[in-house]
Design a protein around this ligand. Structure first.
Ligand code: SAM
Length: 182
């Protein structure tokens, strides 16, 4: 049985695979904070942010972004969640907890954890790799998603295995739900 935290919810476990400097991870942390502000309670969030490149992981851990990275954010979001520092803008400290920054290669290694509720696999495996490597790694990534969990791919990407194991989520071409078997 999964651990229930003090909020009364089990943690939501998310994998940002090939996370680069952690923009996806911190977008999720901001979204969660907004949900908590509106609804008072949200399940605790656990994020695995993985990449093969140790330099981008170091930038993610430092959580400092140039002004140009924030250009599409509303001014109120920048004001609430970023602090100006000498070389850019740093994510506020309270949002920096709960992210596991891990060096990991999704081609050659099994997933860093299992039973993810969501996996973000955007703009890397499906774009830059060719079959059969792409298909083998994709299936390996999918095994880490729980049945009923969601896979999010890039806007211009396609699932390499057709709809095997996945149902498209209505209205969103880049979101898929993993099929649950009875
Ligand atoms: C274009 S960035 C995409 C970042 C993020 N997913 C997004 O959409 O904003 C591609 C990232 O995938 C990482 N990557 C490429 N091959 C990888 C592999 N085999 N295992 C893990 N990460 C990989 C790169 O190091 C890079 O940081």
């Amino acid at each position: 049985m999964q651990e229930i935290e003090s909020t009364g919810f089990r943690p939501v476990r998310i994998w940002s695979a090939g996370c680069a400097c952690g923009e996806e991870a911190f977008s999720l942390k901001i979204l969660w904070d907004e949900i908590e502000k509106r609804f008072l309670k949200a399940p605790p969030l656990e994020i695995w942010a993985t990449d093969t490149n140790p330099e981008v992981l170091e930038k993610g851990r430092a959580s400092i972004y140039p002004k140009s990275s924030l250009k599409n954010l509303p001014a109120s979001t920048v004001q609430s969640y970023f602090i100006p520092v000498a070389n850019g803008f740093r994510i506020v400290e309270r949002l920096r907890d709960g992210i596991h920054w891990i060096e990991h290669d999704f081609i050659s290694e099994s997933a860093p954890c299992k039973n993810f509720d969501m996996i973000f696999l955007r703009n890397n495996l499906l774009t830059y790799y060719e079959p059969p490597t792409k298909i083998r790694a994709f299936i390996q990534v999918l095994t880490a998603l729980r049945a009923g969990g969601f896979l999010i791919i890039g806007n211009n990407e396609e699932i390499p295995t057709g709809e095997l194991l996945l149902n498209p989520y209505p209205g969103y071409q880049c979101i898929f739900e993993k099929i649950s078997f009875p």
